[in-house]
Design a protein. Structure first.
Lengths: 82, 628
């Protein structure tokens, strides 16, 4: 896993859900972050799309269930197309 | 690079918060927000301001948003934008498409929330899905009838201001290019609905239109719309445009919360013209129709537009005064002339000191000043030294100056009273009054020479907006500082026992317009003063004594034995602190720093100063607001 990328995702998750950055870990998820509900999930998607200039499909949005999964999907999307 | 400095800025903000440097953190947060107003930054700004608000004064505002589409992701951006403008928003977001029920049902969540401001944001495709059929005429009538009934219900149930989005024209009409050939196409129907909405807003106090159609057009309909998000999560507005929607809303929230600037203080060199007068001479500076002078002339045009809106213009410049004034008087490329400028500090002093003096000369608080200067150093200096002053951020390229000024929400106004439009004339008269004051020997002679006439009249439909505006804007001579919306004033005026009066003052130099407000409530033998205020334009001219003398007499004739009122201290109303004591009132109670004063009308008589002629336009009491 790309560490700077994971950290950036953690930072965005902290911003969007209003929790201290040091409380966001790779396995943080809607189960561990109280404010990560379905409405705020959309805010996360928008923040990620803005920050990384990517777009998620509706199917992908449903899979963004932990910080680690988010980072993995973002990394996949950022791989330059040759 | 931007990313780095953005992270650096965040680090500094965190440090400032840890060191309890609240003001420093606040201004860095505003800088961060200008640099990157994204969803992620919004979360950071809001969390930081939740801490700051315990230490700095934010203006609270309860905002209800009634909507037909997903707006949730816009809320953090809205709250962040409001926080960096000094406004703390408490937002109630209505359920999807429940706006009609919420407005019609007097016991709905909307009314229980008790908003200060409500917003009705409905999209064309939700309220009029049938447009583009052959029945457009009926659809227009139906939509307008719906809006009218919701707005009337809202007006009956709430005193909040109501902002109504206009409907947006379709990106491409359903019938394609044929729409423009039809007599009553989809685009035409939307135009007619919006024209009808404008009429409905004009019929109701405190109802204003947000020209959503013009907003979408400004940024482009195609760019504004996000088809993917619309079809998946009912969010039609592209994420990159959320900030534009929020900025448009902020243009309304500034005047509605009173976070406005009354005067603009501008620099000269490299702001009003290109170049440095002291080095380049009046022949060498750049201002005129051709580039590069055109950029500065465009800024001057933007200032003139503000001037016509009633914003007072002033100059603070480090320059040789005689040379600078000559440019203002004679340079053919200039649009601004000395007649537009209410106060000038052209000297080599510190600008913070100049701004203090200008505020004093114009008789307004520092929080009512906005400061425009091309130098980031001067801007930083004023931010630090005078945090109350609104410092306008300018881009490094002068071609962007005019737009930067035009986008300042602190100069927005929802209503323009006669007083607003003529304010600049008053300041010229004020200068003449000061010259007179210096020429007469005793203060009584000065009062006599002013030949003041005060005219008191019960509130009327045509004066309600000005009365409400004064309650919101008057900070210095204001005994209770109670703020009212237009709607609240109209309702109070029609409530038994309550009386609302406007005070208009004229003198030998001209008509000051309505500059005072008195609101009283008669209960049995006690007449309570709810509001007693005077605009700074007429402070210090014994008008308040004349009004109080009349009020005592009027209360007596209405059967009161006691005239009483609270003095509620604020950081700004020191000029009114001694008012009750100086007018024979006795202190009868105090709580939390507030004091209650009473005048026994059976014993005391307040005399109207002999130099003021006061008339009471009682006949106006026969108007529709007359309380029984």
């Amino acid at each position: 896993m790309n560490t700077p990328l994971l950290e950036r995702v953690q930072g965005i998750v902290a911003d969007v859900f209003g929790v201290p950055e040091d409380q966001v870990r790779p396995d943080s998820s809607p189960d561990t972050i109280e404010t990560w509900d379905s409405i705020h999930h959309l805010n996360l998607v928008i923040a990620l799309e803005q920050e990384f200039g990517v777009q998620f499909t509706p199917e992908e949005i449903e899979q963004l269930l932990s910080v680690e999964l988010v980072a993995a999907l973002v990394e996949e999307k950022l791989i330059p197309v040759e | 690079m931007t990313h780095m400095s953005h992270q650096e800025l965040r680090k500094q903000i965190k440090e400032q918060l840890e060191q309890k440097q609240w003001r420093g953190a606040n201004s860095l947060l505003a800088e961060l927000w200008r640099m990157q107003p994204t969803a992620a930054t919004a979360g950071f700004v809001v969390s930081s301001c939740e801490v700051l608000k315990r230490h700095l004064a934010f203006t609270p505002c309860r905002l209800a948003i009634l909507r037909s589409f997903t707006l949730e992701p816009v809320l953090p951006i809205l709250r962040a934008a409001a926080f960096v403008s000094g406004i703390e928003l408490n937002v109630h977001l209505g359920e999807f498409n429940s706006y009609a029920q919420e407005m019609l049902n007097p016991s709905s969540v909307l009314y229980r929330f008790a908003p200060d401001v409500a917003m009705l944001a409905v999209r064309t495709c939700d309220i009029a899905p049938d447009l583009a059929s052959d029945e457009n005429r009926q659809a227009v009538q139906r939509v307008l009838a719906n809006f009218r009934s919701w707005i009337h219900a809202f007006r009956k149930n709430s005193q909040a201001s109501l902002l109504v989005h206009t409907l947006e024209a379709p990106i491409v009409p359903d019938r394609g290019i044929f729409d423009a050939q039809s007599e009553f196409g989809q685009a035409e129907a939307v135009r007619q609905i919006n024209t009808g909405l404008r009429a409905i807003a004009a019929e109701n106090t405190g109802v204003f239109l947000v020209d959503y159609d013009a907003l979408v057009a400004r940024y482009g309909r195609v760019r504004w719309h996000d088809e993917r998000k619309w079809l998946t999560v009912r969010m039609p507005i592209a994420a990159d445009c959320h900030i534009h929607l929020v900025e448009e809303w902020m243009r309304f929230l500034h005047p509605l919360t009173g976070r406005i600037s009354k005067a603009l203080v501008t620099d000269l060199d490299n702001t009003l013209w290109g170049g440095v007068l002291g080095e380049d001479g009046s022949e060498g500076i750049q201002v005129g129709l051709e580039y590069p002078g055109a950029a500065y002339r465009a800024l001057q045009q933007a200032m003139l537009d503000l001037y016509r809106r009633g914003i007072v213009l002033a100059i603070s410049s480090k320059n040789n005064k005689a040379d600078a004034v000559r440019v203002l008087e004679e340079h053919e490329g200039m649009l601004l002339r000395p007649a537009h400028i209410a106060a000038m500090r052209i000297n080599w002093d510190d600008k913070a000191q100049s701004l203090r003096e200008i505020a004093q000369e114009l008789n307004i608080g520092l929080e009512s000043l906005a400061f425009l200067d091309d130098s980031p150093v001067e801007r930083a200096r004023i931010r630090q030294e005078l945090p109350e002053v609104t410092v306008i951020e300018l881009p490094s390229d002068p071609l962007g100056y005019a737009n930067a000024l035009r986008s300042c929400a602190v100069f927005e106004r929802l209503t323009l009273s006669r007083e607003d439009r003529e304010r600049n004339v008053y300041y010229i008269q004020q200068r003449q009054r000061q010259e007179l004051e210096q020429s007469v020997t005793s203060v009584e002679d000065f009062y006599r020479s002013l030949k003041q006439e005060a005219e008191i009249a019960p509130a009327r439909p045509e004066t309600v907006a000005r009365i409400a505006q004064l309650t919101r804007k008057t900070n210095q001579f204001n005994l209770t500082t109670r703020r009212y919306t237009d709607q609240q004033i109209a309702e109070l005026a029609a409530t038994a026992g309550w009386n609302i009066y406007s005070v208009q003052v004229k003198d030998r130099f001209g008509d000051n317009g309505i500059v005072g407000v008195v609101i009283t409530r008669l209960q049995g033998e006690v007449c309570e003063i709810d509001t007693f205020l005077l605009s700074c334009r007429v402070i210090g001219r014994t008008v308040e004594t004349a009004i109080f003398a009349w009020l005592a007499q009027e209360s007596r004739s209405r059967g009161a034995n006691i005239l009483q009122g609270w003095f509620v201290p604020t950081s700004k109303n020191a000029p009114a602190r001694e008012f009750y004591r100086a007018h024979d009132c006795k202190l009868v109670a105090s709580e939390d720093g507030r004091t209650l004063w009473a005048l026994d009308l059976r014993e005391s008589e307040i005399k109207c100063p002999e130099w003021i002629r006061l008339t009471f336009r009682k006949e106006y009491a026969l108007s529709e607001y007359a309380a029984s």
